[in-house]
Design a binder for this molecule. Structure first.
Ligand code: SF4
Length: 314
């Protein structure tokens, strides 16, 4: 059965001609939203523990984290290759020479064929992007920007410390250098509505993105948002699983078919999660999504052309 959306994992396997697994790394970075450069409290929803695997500890070297991560995944697929995913915090936020040492330590590991770098739109510059562009000639490189919302009011409300215009600019100057460019977006941030989420799709569809990751807003213990959720539940529109699947499909219809979807939802550890408690693993989510797309007889990009401002139907 063919998928009704452009699946990143399938695309990567076709492009690289082999099975590839991402291995998360916590290289011990911080971020300007935590170290006082922009603020101290971080984004209101952020608790990095909620998405870091257990073996990811900055006290361990990059090589040790790769050893442990690969040992786990190798059990299932002995021959696969790996992408070192610098995931925790802001992975371009350190002096240039320190960054290069960490990236190159990862790339020197056997069977690591590339790197993926999670960062903020306001934490890249020409020097680091030129380095990535050079690197991308000899291995796989993807830069993943936390965009989170296309509404500046929301970005301000969640204390992101950057605007959507900064995200647009970072995506453009990265993609112009022929580097695979990804965005991460949260569906369900406070005060946003179904129409806001569709507006996100329209705005992102105008950008030169290769890959998109979506996830539902999760209220995580110990965050500023957890406190807000307790005091002002009316600020939040947390979806049921079924409604979220329909929202994702409405979103996909507006996206260009060329953007690959890496993720639609995430599942934080139960002991950290306050809401929503869907108890649905990622692979179960995509089966439900595909089924619902078939029921609705729709596909990624079905309504995409009508979102382009210069497009006229002849
Ligand atoms: S989400 Fe990213 S930018 Fe925001 S506080 Fe957490 S690590 Fe920093």
């Amino acid at each position: 059965m063919s998928l009704r959306y452009n699946d990143y994992t399938t695309l990567l396997r076709e492009q690289l001609n082999e099975r590839v697994q991402k291995i998360s790394i916590n290289a011990g970075f911080t971020c300007p939203n935590r170290d006082g450069t922009l603020g101290y409290g971080g984004c209101t929803y952020c608790n990095n523990q909620s998405f870091n695997p257990d073996y990811c500890k900055p006290s361990k070297s990059v090589t040790t984290q790769l050893d442990e991560g690969i040992r786990f995944f190798r059990k299932k697929h002995e021959d696969q290759k790996y992408i070192a995913y610098f995931q925790a915090y802001t992975n371009t936020y350190a002096p240039f020479d320190n960054l290069i040492k960490l990236y190159e330590e990862a790339l020197a590991y056997p069977k690591v064929i590339g790197i993926a770098i999670g960062t903020r739109p306001d934490c890249v510059n020409d020097t680091i992007l030129d380095y990535f562009a050079h690197l991308a000639k000899s291995c796989y490189v993807m830069i993943e920007y936390g965009v989170e919302s296309t509404c500046n009011d929301t970005l301000q409300f969640i204390h992101r410390g950057h605007t959507f215009e900064q995200a647009e600019e970072a995506i453009r100057i990265t993609a112009t250098r022929n580097i695979a460019t990804a965005a991460h977006l949260i569906i369900g941030l406070p005060h946003e509505t179904h129409e806001t989420w569709l507006q996100h799709a329209r705005k992102l569809s105008m950008l030169p993105l290769s890959v998109l990751k979506l996830h539902q807003l999760q209220i995580i213990k110990g965050t500023q948002m957890a406190r807000q959720y307790g005091e002002h539940p009316e600020w939040f529109h947390l979806s049921t699983l079924e409604n979220y699947i329909d929202t994702v499909i409405d979103f996909l219809e507006l996206l260009p078919p060329a953007i690959s979807m890496e993720r639609f939802a995430s599942q934080s550890p139960a002991q950290l999660l306050i809401a929503p408690a869907w108890k649905t693993k990622n692979h179960e989510f995509v089966v439900k999504l595909q089924r619902r797309m078939e029921e609705r007889d729709t596909f990624q990009g079905k309504k995409w052309r009508s979102t382009l401002p210069h497009y006229t139907i002849k």
